[in-house]
Design a protein around this ligand. Structure first.
Ligand code: FMN
Length: 269
């Protein structure tokens, strides 16, 4: 099969998922590349997006061993017609548990034909100077693996005449999926007012429109998904995630998950 166009579809608050799937697309030499960024807040009644003859790379981060609820609702708007898909999850060096199988299932339900899958590692959203967790990943080694994965996908696709030839993609994970973690506490980053320059960057990058700005930054705590996009994008380091519960998790991750994990890739066979 020849690929004329590739579409990158992603939910990626801190942009590491986007970076990985761009790396994979680089390895698939043919085809123009289009982006469908599902990260901005969803607008009610937003249209269904349809796909046909192309390759779609679908990427999402891992939250609690699953695909984030907000990514699921956005991915459910995709409708394909046996369109080939590569499913990719990106996690913070702890574990991806049922996220990859969940993403594969979502792709199947949307009418895609998953041809390959991958689990890659990136800097954890809760990474800080004193609790490093996969700091600065994806690095050169990760991006080289992403590129090589793209090259392998390209070579595999050449062996198929059409999407009906593609066997079922098997990936690790359980059914039923792991239960989602629930928190009764309202947790969100806070703004150090003395450092805040009211530039609006935090509100701009928030995937759930949890932040509004007038004379100060107001965070709707119940809407916060703890993605830390606001923290990582604040130009004056005024936005911080200092909640004791998150600090404790970050410390635990930094202590117990410091050993480097490597990307895993799967092909339909
Ligand atoms: C609420 C939350 C839960 C997370 N859960 C996990 C997890 O279960 N396992 C893991 O290794 N990383 C976990 N992470 C880390 C993210 O998967 C990782 O930082 C990823 O690179 C974020 O992707 P993005 O840059 O595309 O937003 C979690 C991050 C957040 C914010």
């Amino acid at each position: 099969m020849n690929i004329d166009s590739i579409t990158l579809v992603y939910f990626s608050p801190t942009r590491t998922t986007k970076q990985i799937i761009e790396g994979i697309a680089k390895g698939i030499r043919n085809g123009s590349i289009t982006h469908l960024d599902l990260t901005p807040p969803i607008v009610k009644d937003q249209e269904v997006v349809e796909f046909n003859e192309e390759l779609v790379i679908i990427g999402a981060p891992v939250y609690g061993g699953r695909i984030p609820v907000d990514a699921v609702s956005r991915l459910q708007r995709l409708k394909a017609n046996n369109t080939l898909a590569v499913v990719v999850v990106v996690y913070g060096n702890r574990a991806y548990e049922d996220a990859l199988v969940e993403l594969r299932d979502l792709a199947l339900k949307g009418g895609f034909k998953p041809v390959a899958g991958g689990a890659f590692i990136a800097e954890h959203s809760f990474n800080t100077e004193d609790t490093p967790i996969a700091k600065e990943r994806p690095d050169e080694r990760d991006l080289k693996k992403a590129l090589e994965f793209g090259e392998t996908i390209q070579a595999t696709m050449e062996e198929y005449r059409g999407s009906e030839d593609v066997p079922c993609l098997q990936v690790p994970g359980n059914h039923p999926y792991k239960e989602r973690g629930q928190s009764s506490e309202a947790i969100s980053p806070i703004t150090k007012e003395e450092q805040c320059i009211l530039c609006g960057q935090c509100a701009e990058v928030c995937p759930t429109a949890a932040i509004t700005i007038n004379t100060e930054i107001v965070t709707k705590q119940e809407a916060c998904i703890h993605c830390c996009a606001c923290v990582k994008n604040c130009p004056s380091n005024a936005r911080v995630m200092e909640h004791p519960r998150i600090r404790k998790i970050a410390m635990w991750l930094s202590t117990n998950y410091s050993e480097r994990r490597e990307p895993e890739t799967y092909l339909a066979s």
